[in-house]
Each structure stands twice: as C-alpha cells, then as structure tokens.
Write a protein that binds this ligand. Sequence first.
Ligand SMILES: O=C(O)[C@H]1O[C@H](OP(=O)(O)OP(=O)(O)OC[C@H]2O[C@@H](n3ccc(=O)[nH]c3=O)[C@H](O)[C@@H]2O)[C@H](O)[C@@H](O)[C@@H]1O
Length: 429
Amino acid sequence: MSHLDDLPSTPGKYKVVPYGVLHNHRYLRLSKLTLWASLFLALFLFYLVLSPPASPSRRSLNDSSVKYGGSHWEKQVRKSARPRSRGGLTVLVTGAAGFVGTHVSIALRRRGDGVLGLDNFNRYYDPKLKRARQGLLERSGVFVVEGDVNDAVLLRKLFDVVLFTHVMHLAAQAGVRYAMQNPGSYVNSNIAGFVNLLEVSKAASPQPALVWASSSSVYGLNTKVPFSEKDPTDQPASLYAATKKAGEGIAHTYNHIYGLSLTGLRFFTVYGPWGRPDMAYFFFTKDILKGKTITVFESPDKGSVARDFTYIDDIVRGCLGALDTAEKSTGSGGKKKGPAMFRIYNLGNTSPVPVTKLVTILEKLLKMKAKRKIMPLPRNGDVEFTHANITLAQTEIGYKPEVDLETGLKKFVKWYMGFYTGSKKKSSW
Ligand SMILES: O=C(O)[C@H]1O[C@H](OP(=O)(O)OP(=O)(O)OC[C@H]2O[C@@H](n3ccc(=O)[nH]c3=O)[C@H](O)[C@@H]2O)[C@H](O)[C@@H](O)[C@@H]1O
C-alpha cells in the first residue's frame, strides 16, 4: 500500500502519528494485508474456474467462439456484404433489425446489393419482434452482426473486413415520449453512437457515403406548413427531436471537415407491417382488439392532433433513392480532398390525417369499436401536427409517396393479425 493510499478521502481529518507507533502498525497491517490478499486471490481463482464465459462482444475479435470475430464470422460478413449484381452497392445498414432497417435491408438485397446488418437488439420494445425480423433478414441473405454503434472496435473491424460503398444509418433511440423517462439513451444512441460511426467512416479508405435517419420532429413547434427543409429548426419540443437536430449539425461538421458525403432523411411518422409497438397506430390496434381504452390526444383548441403518416414502402423507396443519388465522399483516411455532398430531405406523405381519423380507420378494419378517452395533448414532447413539403425529395431523389393511410393500415392490420393472432391471412413476408 502506498503512502498516498493511507490518506483519508476527506481532507483535514488526517491525524499525525509518532514514527514508532506507525512502524509497528505498518508491520501488523502488512501481514494482515498478505493474508487478505491471499484469500482474495484464492477466491478470484475459484470464481474464474466456476464462472460462465464473459459476454461475447467483450472478448477477443480473433476468438471464433464469440459473436464477432474469427474466420467463420468474417466469411459470413463478407458473403452478406457482397453485391450479387454488377455495380451493386455494398451497404452497412445499422439498426437492421429495426422497423425501417429490416425493410430497407431486404429491398436492397432483393435488387442485388450487398447488405450487412448491425443491430444491438436492445429492449426498448419487445426483442422477440426484432428477432423475428432478423429471421426474415437471414432468409433474404442478410447477416446481422449483433453489436452497438458505440463499439468503435467492432465498427473498425467491419470496415477492415468490407469496403463499404455506403452506410444506411438507421440505428437510433426512437420515440418522442420515452425521452422523458430515459434521456441518456437518446444521447448515447443518437449523438454518441452517430459520432462514433462518423469517426470510423471518416477514417476509412475509401470513405463510404452515408445516408441517415433524421426526423420530422426537428420542426418542433413551427407553425408554418407544410414544413420545408429551408425552415428554421430551432424549437425542438422533445429531447428526441433535439438529439435528431444535433445529429444534423454533427453530420454537417463531418461533411465540412472530412469530406464525407452525407444525406439526412426526415421521416414523417412511418407505419406499416413489422412496425414499432411503441407507436400509436400499433398499440391502438392492440388495445382496440383487447377492448382496452385508448387515449386520443386533442390540441388546446379542442381540435384533433394530426400526423403526416407515411407508409413504409414509400419510405424504403426514398431511402434507396437517397443511396442511389449519393455522390462519393471526397476524403480518405481522415483527410478531406475536396467539397462533398450534404443533403437533407423530408420524406413524408404530404397529406396529414387527424389522429381521430386514424382511430376510425382502425375501427373499420378491425370491425371493433374503440373505447376512446379524449385528453388534452400532454407536455411530453408531442407536437400538434406535422405536414411535409416533399418537393425537394421529389426533384432530387425521385421520391413519390403512393400509399394513403387507409390502404397502408389495411396492410398493417393484415400483418398484425397474422403475426400476433395467427390469423390465416398472412402478409406476403
Ligand atoms: O416522424 C417522426 O418524426 C416521428 O414519428 C413518430 O412519432 P409520432 O409522430 O409522435 O408518432 P406516434 O408516437 O405514433 O404518435 C402519433 C400520434 O398519436 C398521438 N397519440 C399518441 C399516443 C397516445 O396515447 N395517444 C395519441 O393520441 C400523438 O400525439 C401523435 O399525434 C416516431 O415515434 C418517432 O420516432 C419519429 O421520429
């Protein structure tokens, strides 16, 4: 034990002791210490022998028994990322077992691109649904690496094994209202995780082009509609929105300093089969079927709150359009060689629907009356309405939403009944 370790942690309470006393005490303390150290060592060895193996992702990348690393793993990674068509893209999709991630990965794979998925399978909502999506991905030839975007070692390893031409970054802590319960997870995923991915991407040679998920929530308390990309976004109403807004600023910095090609997509309330159980259309369906009361928010002037609900297939087309039109990054190994592309697009449906109407459509499709409880919109981060101007995405990436809310919800309900109630009418996947 060093002299410094003898000092009490609270300054000003240290008593000066005569040298002899101190010497005897030291001798006694030393032998006691040896005894305790041997005991501790024995216990530690005992624990090592009996304890189960450590969490795989923390172990060596070269150990073939772990979830990442090893020659078998590398083979799976390479195979999944290899394009099957000439000139196909090589895409790393983060959040691949998420709602949008699954649909985008499968669409890319179907047209012959190489896709490697990454997902941390967190417990924000039912991981069984994420595992079911993983099953779909595997059947389509997409391997999903289980890991976190904050794991720089893993990301660097993936970039060592595969020369990604593109990254589709969809891993995020989603949900507007949950930000009041767990603010840290938004900072961790949407800010720290994003920066980590940008750091690894900027250092890669060649650098990939990145397309990432921003959110309509960045428009916050804006009242001018429809929301245009040129509008200011300085009034976020939730921490979720603030982290998405921060992501756009961070992305701009990496574009400016390192020459990374970056495209941000502001998604507007995406819904559809394999969707997220934390979203209103999803849990309204579940609760209506169970005969449970649903809470429908209304605006302070007693009007209905409204959303520009956007069907998943339209969003997928928007994501592919963004990937296909993304120019190459200009930097290499962390050095910028020239100006690179930076774009932000709204991906909405451009026809907002009141939440009361959403409930009426669900009642019709489920053939059940909802028990509605109307409540004033709480101060939980929700905004009164969203409405996208999509002109820019239409002109520059060929985005054209085609599915109205009733048609889209019909497909969602069909999937829901098949997946959760085992109804015969299964959806196409
Ligand atoms: O487009 C976006 O930017 C965002 O869309 C959704 O957020 P939100 O539009 O709030 O979607 P829901 O949580 O499904 O809410 C939809 C509507 O239902 C309302 N609602 C929600 C919950 C509830 O119990 N009752 C109720 O009336 C909300 O106020 C909102 O108007 C997603 O959850 C976000 O991750 C995403 O970024």
